[in-house]
Structures are given as structure tokens and as C-alpha cells.
Write a protein that binds this ligand. Structure first.
Ligand SMILES: Nc1ncnc2c1ncn2[C@@H]1O[C@H](COP(=O)(O)OP(=O)(O)OP(=O)(O)O)[C@@H](O)[C@H]1O
Ligand SMILES: [Mg+2]
Length: 811
């Protein structure tokens, strides 16, 4: 709706001319406004009397604008008005749709209202100009004027509502009186009373001073407000501040013509997605997420979550592979270079790789290295990767309980991440690395889910080309990854996993093998790692063998390597302290650096078997084989049997079986018929804190019992393994190779094995490994006793002498 301009100049209206010398002028009472001279003010006129006043104006457009003392008065009389007002000229009247008028008035001069004339329909009054008192030009008044101006400028600059034009206008006003009135009229924060007061101050200097006070006060208020504002902002949450800053940065970058930062980020991610080589479906989803991201507010809570997710998708090696061909000759060289011996193991690895070479998309089984600690499982894996020119990454599964560790958490979880498989893929940046899943036999399982089943899906070549991580929720093709698992034992590996694996067993090393490994690999490596050179230290074979035999008791070579490291470190210190000649690690040096001998299994055997009733069995454990003492003792009693040493049910049963055989064959082995009638037997297997089970100690039990009852000590440095039946047959047992090597490491010279494992022994053990140990095969317990117990007094004396000799050497 357009405002209608109305001409109010009505000739012959009710313009009132007073009687006598003074004229009476219409008085327009205003509520909350003060009109200053020279100011143009649009006044809203709504009161009936005032409308009549405006409408009555003829040629003479002069009115007196006077503020009411009380703005709430609707029909003010003369006494309700201030005494000082402004003579004003009406320039324009605009009729508003609601019948009120918009009256543009220009202040002309300050006036003192004189006598009132008429009261209805509107007030009229006489007036008297109020003389201004202009100050003399002086430095002081000049300073005052400038100060007022400066303060005004400051207020305008820092105000968001005041127009900057005000400054320019003010700057161009020279007259102090006009300047004061202009500023007073322009300041929105002055109250009506303050403005009226300024109007009523004809003394210009005084007016400026008052104004100066108001301006100073306002500036103070403004500063305080800024301070409060900044304090409030400080306490605004970090995220909001970030948002604020980011918005500002955006604005700045826009000004500078830069691309918006988040836009840039999004563009980068888009490039990565395009280049990642994802399948069409994954790419479609990734771009969808990206577009969502582009529309999101960077300060939103889930912005970074979405961004992380898109980033994960973008950086995974969807199509990036590192190698092409498998070079079998090169692989063989690398394996030989990195590892001593292990011929069978290397052969099987090479067979496996050959098949992969001929059939690159082979959905073959997964390799699994099984063996005691420190025999080179992990380092073989590393070697395979090197041989194939692939990246290598080791994922430790030991103690993993949670399925999510393998397959990730759903994105809806707080702090969700992809599982280990995807994390490692991101790290290696190619999709065909060698992943070594260490300690697959130590996977846990509980309420958080079954990692084994997640692993199954990961490893199964039938399923893993669409492996789905919970976090990514997109299929990823794992079929190019070469998975190699390691384990110390097979028993605890879940059967479905075991089914899909090709097991390669690594047994422990003999002393000779250990010495070879030490001399070719461990010593050179430790010398180098400890900052020495081969010119500074030398390990004679005798010392290496001494360390291996008397300071370690292991199937692998980890401890041996550690001890060699210790010797190197101590030597490095000597060198640092100024030693210049080459150090030969003699047995004395070994003693000095590593302390006294820690392990003496051979003398332990000699010592313990001095007494009748003690035999040496062989046990298989996840850390390799070990020797096991079986002790039998008797006391007065009624034919009872006690068994101790944490024996499992199967082992207890083999004690019973052994005992039954002894009782039923008492006379045949030279005992009285009812030999057990007046005694109680106690069978104990020391190292009582360790749980033991299995039938393979049967023959050793029988031997210990017969040794006790016939009062003949078992022959020295002899060990045995084999299950026994009630009728005295010796049955084959497992882990023969490990057990044999353990016996050899312990210094045993004769080993009794079930005859049925002969083929295994010949196949699994090399002639160097067997060298130095006599193997006796037995099919019946009588054969065992024949070998294990001295048959004549002179044999017994010989044994005694051998034992004394060994113990004397050990002193
Ligand atoms: N045949 C070997 N030739 C050379 N070095 C070997 C050989 N066997 C083991 N080693 C070395 O012994 C050390 C221990 O081997 P590794 O870490 O591979 O043991 P592991 O079988 O993985 O043991 P664990 O079951 O405890 O993980 C490594 O430094 C490795 O290089
Ligand atoms: Mg390992």
C-alpha cells in the first residue's frame, strides 16, 4: 500500500492569530521525543487534537513542538508540557492507513513557551526565542568540541546500528551549537529527559560538557558490554567456537577467492574415491556418503564420524597390488638365506607357493606353522613375504576375545573402528600382503562373541572375497591376501579353522642345529645390533654349545639369542670403556657374563636315578618336549596306591594299568606273588604344579615300579616313552620327534620308543639329529625292563661308576 501524500495547506483554515502583539502558535505535544533545532524528525501524530492541529495549518506551517512531562498523558494541558520546546516547520504530511499522520518537521530554534491561547481543538501558545550563549573561541572550547566529536565518532564506529554517514556529517559541522544539537539528536541511547535537558541548555559550552559526559558514559558502557560479551563467548562451548571460527574462515577464504576448506576436503576425498578402484556398488555408496558429508555442517556431531567413514573407504587398497609373479627360485634363495636347516618346512612352503604360481586364483588352504616358541615361525612368515616381494604384517590373535577386534564394530557404536584385518590392510596399502595371524591357538571366546568364527569367514577362501567388516559394511576382497597362521599347538585350534589349514610342523632344534643357527644368524645379528664388529668379539663353538646346553632349556633359539645379546652388550660396554683387543668368549667369560650354570639336566638325571624307583619319561608340551621324572616309593600298608603331581585321569589310569601288569607278572619278573600285600605305593610326578595327562608315561610308570620293587636303580641317562596295556604291550604315542629332541638336549644317551613309531623316526629325524643317541624299540614291557634295568651286579656297579663320574664333572 502506498502512502498518500496529503497537502495540508488549507487556506482560511483555523490558523489562529493571537490578539495583541504576540501571535499564538499551535502547540504539538509529543510523548517520547525531543526535537532539536536543525534536526528533521518524522513525528507520528495520532491524537485527534493533534490531527486537527495539522489539518488546520494553512500557509503558515510553523508549530511549536513541546515534549510532555509525562509521556502517558493522553490529553495534556499547558501545565503538562515542558516549558522549553522547539519552533518547527512542517514539511510534509503523510497519511497512514490507520488514520494517523506522519509529519516531517524540521526544528528551527529553541523557544520558551509563553502564554497559552486556546485549549480546544488544540493548544496554542505564544513563544519567546531562547537566546543561545555561544562560547568565545578558545583552546579549551576547541578541545571540548573535538573531544565530543571524537567520542561520537568512536561510538558510531563501534555501533552496528548507527550509520557511518553520521560521522561525516558531524565532521562537517563547525558551529559548536549545531554540532551539539546534531549529536544529541543522533544518539539513540539518550533518554527523553536527558535530551530535554540538553534542549533546555542554551549555554553552548555547558551543553557540550553535558554531552561530553553522556558520550563518555556510553563509551564506558560499551566497553563493559564488550568485555562481558567476550567473557560469555569464552564460556561458549568449544564446538560452537570452532563453528564460529570455521564460519569466519570460510568467509575469509571466500573473500580471498579460495575454495571453501570443507569443499576442498570433499573434493579431495572424491578424487581418492574415484582413484581407489572400488567396485561400482561400493563406489556408489561411498559417493552417496560423500555427498551427504558435503551438505553437512562441519560443526555437526556426526560430521567427523561420516568423514572418518568416507576416508576409510577412500584409502583402502581396493585395487592396489604389490606384486605379480611368484619366482620360486628367488623364494628358495630367500628362505635359505634367512633360515638354517628346516629343509622339509622350506620344501613344503615352496610346494605351496608353486601351486599358487600356477593357479594365482587358487582357493587353497591357509598355511599354518605349528611348533614351540622361538623355532622361527614368525621369521619364516617374514621371509616368505620378502621372497614374494609382498608387504608383511603381523596380527596377534593371542588373547583376542572379541569378534569385533577382527571384524570391527558397527558404525553406530561410539568410537567404532574397523577390525584388525581392515586396519592392517590400510597400513600396508596393498591388497595382497602376507598377513601372519600369530597365536591362533590362543584365541579366546566369551560373551563378546566368537572371534574364531569371524576368523573363519576371513580365512575361508570360499567366503573371503566378500569379507564384510562391521564398520565398513561393504564387501572387501581378501582373496589375494596370503594368510599364514602360527600356533604352538593344534589341540586348542577350533576344528572348523583347522580344517581349512595346511599344517606345517616345526619341531625344536638339536644342540648342533642351534649352534649352527647361532653361528650363522644369531651371533652376526647380535654383534651388529649391539654396535660391535666381528673384529671385536668371537664366540668359539664350545662356548656357544655351553650357553645352549647349560643356560637355556628350550626347543627354539630365542633365549639363546637373548643370552648372546647379553654377552654382546657387556662386551660393548667393555669396548666403550676402552678395551681394544678382541674378546674371545671363553667358558670363563660366559661364566662371568651370564653367571653360573643354570641348567644341568644330565646331572639331574644321574643324580635322581641313583635311587631305585625313579624313571625318566618324555613329555610333549606346547613349548617343545621335555623330560619328566616318575618317582615311586613304598611304605608299610595294605596294598593301597596314592598318586600325586596333578595327574589327569588318563595318566592315573596308566598308573593303574602299570600296577596291574606288575602284580599279574610278579613272579615272572622275580618278585613274590603277593609283593604288594603289606605295603602302600605312592607314585609321584614332580613339578606338581603343572597339570599332566596322557597315556604316554605308561612304560615309565611300570619301569619305576619294577625298579622300586626289585631294588635296582634304572640305568643312567636313559629315557623312555610309550603307552602300556594290561597285557604288557607297548603302544605308539605322539610327539615322538619333539620328545626325542628333548631327550637329546637333556643329555640322554639311550631312548626307548615303541616299535611302531620306528617309521616316523626314520622319516622325521635326520641322521645328524639322531647322532649320539641310541634308540631302542620295544613292543612289550619286558623289552623295556630288559634295557632299563641292570641285569647283573657288575652292570649295576658300572652304572654307579658312570653316575659318580658325571656328578664329579659337574662339581
Ligand atoms: N632356522 C633358523 N635359522 C635362522 N634363524 C632362526 C631359525 N629359527 C629361528 N630363528 C630365529 O630365532 C628367533 C625367534 O624366531 P621366531 O620369532 O620366528 O619364533 P616363533 O616360532 O615365531 O616363536 P613364537 O611361537 O614364540 O612366536 C628369530 O630371531 C629367528 O630369526
Ligand atoms: Mg612368533
Amino acid at each position: 500500500m502506498a502512502n498518500e501524500f496529503v497537502s495540508v495547506i488549507k487556506p482560511g483554515g483555523k490558523g489562529v492569530a493571537g490578539e495583541g502583539k504576540a501571535f499564538s502558535y499551535p502547540v504539538l505535544p509529543v510523548r517520547d521525543t525531543v526535537l532539536f533545532p536543525h534536526a528533521v524528525l518524522p513525528l507520528t501524530v495520532g491524537r485527534e487534537s493533534s490531527i486537527q492541529l495539522i489539518q488546520s495549518l494553512g500557509e503558515e506551517k510553523t508549530i511549536l513542538v513541546v515534549a510532555q512531562r509525562d509521556a502517558r498523558q493522553d490529553a495534556p494541558q499547558g501545565v503538562d508540557l515542558h516549558q522549553i520546546g522547539t519552533r518547527a516547520t512542517v514539511h510534509k504530511v503523510v497519511k497512514m492507513p490507520n488514520q494517523s499522520l506522519f509529519v516531517f518537521t524540521e526544528g528551527m530554534e529553541r523557544v520558551k513557551i509563553g502564554e497559552f491561547g486556546q485549549v480546544t481543538p488544540f493548544l496554542t501558545a505564544e513563544y519567546e526565542p531562547l537566546e543561545e550563549v555561544t562560547p568565545e573561541k578558545s583552546a579549551e572550547s576547541e578541545a571540548l568540541q573535538r573531544n565530543v566529536l571524537a567520542q561520537f565518532q568512536e561510538i558510531v564506529t563501534s555501533s552496528s546500528t548507527l550509520s557511518d554517514d553520521l560521522q561525516t556529517i558531524a565532521l562537517n559541522i563547525e558551529e559548536p551549537a549545531r554540532l551539539a544539537d546534531f549529536i544529541a539528536a543522533s544518539l539513540p541511547f539518550l533518554t527523553t529527559a536527558e535530551k530535554q535537558d540538553l534542549l533546555e541548555t542554551p549555554d553552548v559550552k555547558m551543553r557540550l560538557e553535558k554531552l561530553n559526559g553522556h558520550l563518555a558514559k556510553e563509551l564506558g558502557v560499551q566497553q563493559l558490554r564488550n568485555k562481558i560479551q567476550s567473557e560469555v563467548q569464552d564460556s561458549v562451548q568449544q564446538s560452537q567456537r570452532d563453528f564460529y571460527l570455521r564460519e569466519q574462515m570460510k568467509a575469509i577464504q571466500k573473500e580471498l577467492g579460495d575454495l571453501d576448506e570443507t569443499q576442498k576436503d570433499v573434493a579431495e576425498l572424491r578424487e581418492k574415491i574415484e582413484a581407489a578402484g572400488m567396485t561400482e556398488e561400493v563406489k556408489k555408496d561411498a559417493l552417496k556418503e560423500l555427498n551427504r558429508l558435503a551438505r553437512m555442517n562441519p560443526a555437526a556431531a556426526d560430521y567427523s564420524l561420516t568423514r572418518n567413514y568416507v576416508e576409510w573407504l577412500a584409502v583402502l587398497p581396493w585395487a592396489k597390488s604389490s606384486s605379480g609373479e611368484v619366482d620360486i627360485h628367488k623364494a628358495q634363495d630367500v628362505l635359505d638365506e634367512d633360515h638354517y636347516g628346516l629343509k622339509k618346512v622350506k620344501d613344503r612352503i615352496l610346494d605351496y607357493l608353486s601351486v599358487r604360481r600356477l593357479k594365482p586364483d587358487m582357493k587353497g588352504p591357509i598355511l599354518c606353522f605349528v611348533g614351540p616358541p622361538g623355532v622361527g615361525k614368525t621369521s619364516l612368515g617374514r621371509s616368505i613375504a620378502r621372497a614374494l616381494g609382498r608387504k608383511f604384517s603381523r596380527i596377534s590373535l593371542g588373547g583376542m576375545h572379541d569378534e569385533a577386534e577382527i571384524r570391527g564394530h558397527r558404525r553406530t557404536y561410539i568410537g567404532a573402528l574397523p577390525g584388525q584385518i581392515i586396519q592392517h590392510l590400510k597400513r600396508v596399502e596393498v591388497n595382497d600382503p602376507v598377513f601372519m595371524l600369530d597365536e591362533i591357538d590362543k584365541l579366546g571366546r566369551d560373551f563378546r562373541g566368537d572371534p574364531a568364527s569371524a576368523l573363519l569367514e576371513t580365512l575361508d577362501p570360499e567366503q573371503n572375497n566378500t569379507f564384510r567388516d562391521n564398520y565398513l559394511d561393504q564387501p572387501f576382497d581378501l582373496s589375494k591376501v596370503l594368510f599364514i597362521c602360527t600356533a604352538n599347538q593344534l589341540d586348542t585350534i577350533p576344528a572348523p579353522l583347522l580344517d581349512r589349514m595346511e599344517i606345517i610342523e616345526l619341531t625344536g632344534y638339536t644342540e648342533e642345529e642351534k649352534i649352527n643357527i647361532a653361528e650363522r644368524y644369531l651371533i652376526p645379528r647380535q654383534i651388529k645390533e649391539n654396535g660391535l664388529t666381528p673384529e671385536q668379539i668371537e664366540f668359539p663353538t664350545a662356548s656357544v654349545s655351553r650357553i645352549a646346553r647349560h643356560y637355556t632349556r628350550e626347543a627354539g633359539v630365542r633365549k639363546l639369542e637373548q643370552l648372546i645379546g647379553t654377552v654382546c652388550r657387556k662386551t660393548a660396554r667393555k669396548v666403550a670403556e676402552g678395551m681394544t683387543e678382541k674378546l674371545i668368549v671363553t667358558p670363563e667369560i660366559v661364566q662371568e657374563y651370564l653367571g653360573g650354570i643354570k641348567v644341568r639336566v644330565d646331572t639331574e638325571i644321574a643324580e635322581r636315578t641313583k635311587r631305585p624307583g625313579v624313571s625318566v619319561g618324555l613329555a610333549w608340551t606346547p613349548v617343545g618336549g621335555d623330560v619328566l621324572f616318575i618317582e615311586a616309593n613304598k611304605m608299610k600298608g595294605k596294598g593301597g596306591v596314592k598318586m600325586t603331581g596333578q595327574l589327569g585321569d588318563v595318566m592315573k589310569e596308566s598308573v593303574d594299568a602299570a600296577l596291574t601288569w606288575v602284580r599279574s607278572n610278579a613272579t615272572a619278573i622275580g618278585l613274590e606273588e603277593d609283593v604288594l600285600k603289606d605295603i602302600d605305593l605312592h607314585v609321584h610326578v614332580p613339578a606338581g604344579a603343572i597339570q599332566k595327562d596322557g597315556p604316554s608315561a605308561g612304560v615309565a610308570m611300570a619301569t619305576a615300579i619294577v625298579s622300586l620293587l626289585t631294588n635296582r636303580p634304572v640305568r643312567p641317562l636313559l629315557a623312555m616313552t610309550g603307552e602300556i596295556t594290561l597285557s604288557g604291550n607297548v603302544l605308539p604315542v605322539g610327539g615322538v620327534k619333539e620328545k626325542f629332541l628333548a631327550a637329546k638336549r637333556a643329555g640322554v644317551r639311550d631312548v626307548i620308543l615303541p616299535v611302531d613309531v620306528k617309521a616316523n623316526v626314520e622319516e622325521d629325524l635326520t641322521s645328524e639329529q639322531v647322532d649320539g643317541v641310541t634308540i631302542h624299540y620295544a613292543s612289550r614291557i619286558e623289552d623295556v625292563l630288559e634295557i632299563a634295568l641292570p641285569k647283573t651286579v657288575s652292570e649295576a656297579v658300572q652304572d654307579e661308576e658312570l653316575r659318580e663320574e658325571m656328578l664329579a664333572v659337574a662339581e
